[in-house]
Design a protein around this ligand. Structure first.
Ligand code: 5GP
Length: 116
């Protein structure tokens, strides 16, 4: 159990607010972004409310690996055979707006580089 405060995404995990959930297991949840920036835009989150990547600790290493493998699984499920982008915005300069670690999966179109 965590003593961290409940986040917006915790409320999605707990079904207190609705979301289009595309994958769930005991450690992770994946759901469609409410403001999609690509034809496919899905967020993969840990059920454990780690606020941001910079707060992950060595004890979280298996969970962090699980999140990446969940990205791969969801991307396959979504048919993103031509590739996709994975983004973790971290902290203020990273553009993070929700303080619950999340991995963006963006796909269905070619991505530009560098990002803004
Ligand atoms: P960040 O900017 O923190 O990297 O990404 C947060 C993402 O969460 C944004 O892409 C935003 O559109 C998405 N988001 C914010 N509130 C909600 C919500 O209530 N439901 C869903 N599905 N996505 C949300």
């Amino acid at each position: 159990m965590s003593d961290r405060p409940e986040t917006l995404f915790s409320k999605i995990i707990n079904r207190e607010i609705p979301a289009d959930i595309v994958y769930e297991d005991n450690l992770a949840l994946a759901f469609r972004d409410i403001a999609p920036q690509a034809p496919v835009h899905i967020l993969v989150i840990p059920k454990q409310p780690i606020p941001k990547l910079a707060d992950a600790e060595s004890q979280d290493h298996a969970l962090m690996g699980h999140l990446l493998l969940t990205v791969k699984r969801v991307a396959e499920q979504e048919g993103l055979t031509n590739g996709y982008r994975v983004v973790i915005n971290t902290g203020a300069d990273g553009g993070q707006t929700v303080d619950h670690l999340h991995l963006h999966i963006l796909g269905g179109r070619a991505m530009a580089w560098p990002p803004g």
